[in-house]
Design a protein around this ligand. Sequence first.
Ligand code: 5RP
Length: 236
Amino acid sequence: MDQNALKEKVSRAALEEIRGDVREDSVLGIGTGTTADIFIDLLCNSGIRFRGAVSSSERSAERLARQGVKIFDLNDVDGLELYIDGADEITESLHMLKGGGGALTREKIVASAARRFVCIADGSKLVPKLGKFGLPIEVIPMARAQIERTLLQLHGAAGKPDIRLRQGADGKPFTTDNHNQILDVHGLFFDSPVTMEEHLDGIVGTVCNGLFAKRGADVLLLARESGDIARYLRPV
Ligand code: 5RP
């Protein structure tokens, strides 16, 4: 099966995963990316009734709103039962790298408000160890060069990390929904993901990093190439 078919398959599996937990007064946390897009479209046509959604990006909010879903500000809801989102890389411990779509900060915020994080991914996203994808870090623009210097002192497995300022389609620095920029960092060493996330959290001028280890996913639904869905739970 091709990657899009796998994304659709896993999104359908996610509907069955959450169906029993969604009530008419539920507000759902919804993520960002091509897998989340497919999930949104299927959810909106699933007949599952829910009150609305908190979204991790303007892009997903628009897609949801176009299909009649009421969008809530996270400040106006009392926590979320569920957050459904994709990942760029995920391990069997359900630690993730996220932020390929640039929405990492809002994704981490919405995930932290949710009781259960259901990650949906095709088989290419499961890795034995994080790091090949590169770690996105959202930075306050005035702090960018200072943060690069700090990161260069963090030697990775391959020596000094390779740091690139993310560009948008127009060739200018990519701007997040929060009006910040993103550094994509390759070559960091993720043997202790929680310790690394804590360390990165402490770098002044960063808004957020795309390492989701302290709050990983609770459930991973993974569509393997064969089309089978594997279900992983966060180790206790
Ligand atoms: C966006 C994300 C996405 O979840 C991640 O990039 C996966 O995207 P896709 O489903 O398109 O492969 O973190 O910021």
